[in-house]
Design a binder for this molecule. Structure first.
Ligand code: PEP
Ligand code: MG
Length: 313
C-alpha cells in the first residue's frame, strides 16, 4: 500500500478522505523558482526575498526587483506564490542598512522591525511586487517576517492593501504572535508558521547551535502547542494558516501538522513526493489523533521510534 501510494503520488495534496492540504515549495531565488515550478506541486509557500539583498553594496532597484518578481510569478503561472518581504538584521547584515552591531541579533532589529526603521526599503519592495502583480495577475500573496504585535501587522497590511495587492499576511514565528493569532489574523488575510524561528524562540535555543538540536525539534510539545494556538486562531477567525518552516517536509510531522489544522505545507521541492504519499495513506481523523498524541507526550516524540504514534499508522 505504501509503495503504491508513493508510485501514485502526484496531483493535489490531500488526506485519504479528501481533506486538502496544499503542497508548496520554499524558494530563495529566480533559479529556485524555475526549478521548483517543474515539480508536481501547487506553488511556492515561501519566497525568501532577502537573497536579492544580501552581499550587495546597495539595495536592488525597483526595476531589478520588478523583473525578478515578475519572472517568479510567471514561472508559477496561476499557482500560488507567497512572497516574504525582506527578512534581514544583524544576523543577515545589509551594507546599505547598517543599524550597528547587536549583542543578541536574533532578539534585535530584524524582519519587520528593520522594515519599520528603513521604510524606504520596504516601500520599494512592495512597489515592485505591485508592478509584478499588475504585469502577471498571478496568485500573489505577500507576508511580513517576525511580526509580534497587532500594530505591526496592521501597519504592514495597510501598506500592502494601499497598493492594491490581493492578499496580505504575516509569519507566525514568535510565540507572542502564536498565542495571539486570532487578534493578529483579524487584521490580515492569512498567516504562515515559520517553525524554524518558532522553535528557537519557544525553546530559547539558538537555531544555529547544533548541540541544541534536541530542544529545537518541532516535535517538542511546547512548539506543537504554539502551532496549535496559531491554528486555533485561524479557526476562530476563519483565516488561513499554513506552514513554511522546515517541519513541513517531514512526512510524519506533516500528518501531525495537518491534524492541528494547517492548510498548506511548504518545503524543499524534493520532499513533496514523500509528504504527499504520507497524506494519501491516512485520513484526517488519524492525523488529528497523531496531533493529540504528539501534543500530550511528556517529551518530544522521536517519531520513527515512538510506538504510540506508529500504532496509529
Ligand atoms: C522560519 O523561521 O521557520 C522560516 C521559514 O523563516 P527562515 O527560516 O527564513 O527564518
Ligand atoms: Mg524565520
Amino acid at each position: 500500500r505504501r509503495a503504491a501510494a508513493l508510485a501514485d503520488s502526484h496531483g493535489e495534496g490531500a488526506t485519504r478522505d479528501g481533506h486538502k492540504v496544499k503542497l508548496l515549495a520554499n524558494i530563495g531565488t529566480l533559479a529556485d523558482a524555475e526549478n521548483a515550478s517543474k515539480f508536481d506541486l501547487e506553488g511556492s509557500g515561501l519566497f525568501r526575498t532577502e537573497f536579492l539583498f544580501l552581499g550587495r553594496e546597495s539595495a536592488p532597484t525597483l526595476e531589478e526587483q520588478t523583473e525578478t518578481y515578475t519572472k517568479v510569478l510567471q514561472a508559477f503561472g496561476d499557482r500560488r506564490v507567497v512572497v516574504r518581504t525582506l527578512d534581514a538584521g544583524a544576523d543577515k547584515p545589509l551594507a546599505f542598512a547598517d543599524l550597528g552591531e547587536e549583542e543578541n541579533p536574533a532578539l534585535g532589529v530584524r524582519g519587520l522591525r528593520l522594515s519599520q526603521r528603513r521604510e524606504d526599503l520596504l516601500d520599494t519592495q512592495l512597489q515592485a511586487l505591485a508592478a509584478a502583480y499588475e504585469a502577471t495577475h498571478g496568485d500573489l500573496w505577500v507576508m511580513a517576517p517576525m511580526v509580534a504585535t497587532v500594530d505591526e501587522a496592521e501597519w504592514f497590511a495597510a501598506k500592502v492593501r494601499a497598493l492594491g495587492l490581493p492578499k496580505v499576511g504575516i509569519m507566525i514565528e514568535v510565540p507572542a504572535a502564536a498565542i495571539r493569532s486570532s487578534h493578529l489574523l483579524s487584521v490580515v488575510d492569512f498567516a504562515s508558521l515559520g517553525t524554524n524561528d518558532l522553535s528557537q524562540y519557544t525553546m530559547a535555543a539558538d537555531r544555529l547551535k547544533g548541540d541544541l538540536a534536541n530542544l529545537l525539534t518541532p516535535w517538542q510539545p511546547a512548539v506543537l502547542a504554539m502551532i496549535k494556538a496559531a491554528c486555533d486562531g485561524g479557526k476562530t477567525t476563519g483565516k488561513y494558516v499554513g506552514v513554511c518552516g522546515e517541519a513541513g517536509g517531514d512526512p510524519l510531522l506533516a500528518l501531525v501538522l495537518t491534524g492541528l489544522g494547517v492548510g498548506s505545507l511548504s518545503m524543499a521541492p524534493k520532499k513533496v513526493t514523500a509528504v504527499r504519499a504520507a497524506l494519501r495513506l491516512h485520513d484526517l481523523a488519524t492525523c488529528e489523533r497523531m496531533a493529540e498524541v504528539a501534543l500530550e507526550a511528556r517529551e518530544a516524540v522521536i517519531a520513527l521510534a515512538d510506538p504510540t504514534l506508529l500504532d496509529l499508522l
